[in-house]
Design a protein around this ligand. Structure first.
Ligand SMILES: Nc1nc2c(ncn2[C@@H]2O[C@H](COP(=O)(O)OP(=O)(O)OP(=O)(O)O)[C@@H](O)[C@H]2O)c(=O)[nH]1
Ligand SMILES: [Mg+2]
Length: 448
């Protein structure tokens, strides 16, 4: 189920500080992404406020002039015109929220909120909120709740300071706690709740590990994990490759749980495909840690399909973010195929051909394709199957007449190239994993 639909539009403005180390392209790409994130939360972004600074303002992230400018805009005061004539807030829209493109400290958030006269959400809070809305399984919910509580705990203290003796309270960042006297209690409750959730997760992890081990035992080790930046098309490819109905949505972080399905039509060996959570720049630390178990699936896989949206102008940066996260979780040793997806979405046929040629030069062995073209999906499927067949050996197995009921095992785990019988039994010329063939031979020699 996609994100809950908002009945009434919510208006937001975005703000960001550009540090000297950040290029204009990078800065713009990050802001565009923040707007996408905001859209996913149901906001309409009506204006942006940016400024170059050598560092973030320690008290309130933005400089004092920029803060004032934002306040005039939010309050729709005529003095705003003095700052920037072109940008006005003509329909006197009620600005609900100021979204900030960095993670800011609790006190910076509180001071900023105080000054600009509307709720402030930083990038981390925005991502946490999306994860919170999209988490469906028990494990994903528990993980997101831990990350949210960890983020909120220090902010409760700030909210209490803001509330002051009169109990004045804002709805903003983490401002859900009670007055000052309740803060300690609330913080203890949060600590207890985190501990409780962590225990639940440990138990669930153990259960998942057993399930995974069982699955692999049953089906051999041929598993592929789809990884990549959010919205790259992982779930779409999962559907196309496995003929299954997983959720596809033009929203960020549509998928928060790992789904596993077999490649369809089935191959020999049988290949399991898993869809994973999307990556993003500056994934909140709490989430990196708590989503590790989801990404563990990627570590277990024998092959990673790194899916990249080739039609996104910022795809190089997105590719690097994914590489970095994979390195962090130790998955960089797993063999990888880069899949440049959505090539159909890159301009006209000529531009598509040019982009494809450039990508193939820069990333040899990559796949350039579109998940909506069935012939290209079939080629990708073939490439996956070939990867798992490359280590296979050809061999001959003999099955005596007395145990013909075991022939099913051969067909389930190997490709049978030829079958012929004589008085004693049946000979199978097979292709399969060396270990699988060896195991079958041992099993048959025991029953003889
Ligand atoms: N034009 C085009 N659109 C695509 C292609 N592949 C996926 N899409 C669209 O891109 C959007 C995102 O696709 P998903 O498959 O949900 O992306 P994802 O990588 O699973 O995203 P998260 O689960 O958020 O990490 C959807 O609207 C898809 O229909 C493609 O090859 N071409
Ligand atoms: Mg998905």
């Amino acid at each position: 189920m996609p994100i809950a639909v908002k009945e009434k539009p919510k208006y937001a403005i975005v703000a960001a500080v550009q540090l000297p180390s950040v290029s204009d392209v990078e800065f713009e790409a990050s802001l565009t992404e923040l707007r996408e994130l905001a859209k996913t939360l149901g906001y309409e972004v009506v204006n942006k406020f940016v400024q170059k600074r050598s560092s973030f303002d320690t008290t309130a992230y933005l400089g004092i002039g920029k803060r004032r400018e934002i306040r005039y805009f939010v309050n729709n005061e005529s003095e705003f015109a003095k700052f920037e004539e072109k940008i006005t807030n003509p329909d006197s829209r009620n600005i609900d929220t100021l979204l900030v493109d960095h993670e800011i400290s609790p006190s910076q958030a509180r001071n900023l909120e105080n000054e600009v006269d509307c709720e402030v959400m930083d990038r981390t809070m925005v991502i946490l909120e999306i994860f919170h809305r999209n988490a469906r399984s028990r494990a994903a919910r528990a993980q997101v709740e831990i990350a949210r509580l960890g983020y909120m705990a220090p902010r409760l203290r700030e909210a209490a300071k803001l509330a002051g003796p009169q109990g004045r309270q804002r709805s903003g960042v983490g401002g859900r706690g009670g007055g000052e006297s309740h803060t300690e209690l609330d913080r203890r409750k949060i600590r207890d709740r985190i501990a409780e959730l962590q225990q639940e997760i440990v138990a669930m992890d153990a259960e998942r590990k057993t399930q995974r081990a069982r699955r692999q035992e049953r089906q051999g080790l041929a598993s592929v994990a789809l990884v990549g930046y959010t919205n790259a098309g992982k779930s779409t490819l999962m559907r196309a490759l496995t003929g299954s109905e997983v959720l596809v949505a033009n929203k960020l972080f549509a998928t928060l749980d790992t789904t596993v399905r077999a490649l369809y039509p089935e191959s020999v060996p049988r290949v399991l495909v898993s869809d994973t959570v999307g990556f993003i720049k500056n994934l909140p630390h709490g989430l990196v840690a708590s989503f590790k178990s989801t990404l563990d699936e990627a570590l277990d896989a024998s092959l990673l399909l790194h899916v990249i949206d080739a039609s996104d102008p910022g795809f190089v940066r997105q590719l690097e973010v994914t590489n970095q996260v994979l390195r962090e979780i130790g998955a960089n040793v797993v063999p990888r195929i880069r899949v440049f997806n959505k090539i159909d979405h890159v301009g006209d046929a000529v531009m598509q051909a040019e982009r494809a040629a450039a990508l193939r030069t820069q990333y040899p062995d990559c796949v350039v394709m579109s998940a909506i073209r069935s012939d290209e999906v079939a080629q990708l499927r073939q490439k996956i199957v070939e990867f798992f067949q490359q280590d296979q050996v050809e061999d001959e197995l003999f099955l005596p007449w007395s145990v013909q009921q075991l022939r099913g095992r051969i067909y389930a785990s190997c490709q049978v190239l030829e079958e012929r019988s004589d008085n004693e039994g049946t000979f199978f010329r097979v292709r399969g994993e060396p270990d699988t063939v060896k195991n079958l031979r041992e099993q048959f020699s025991q029953v003889e």
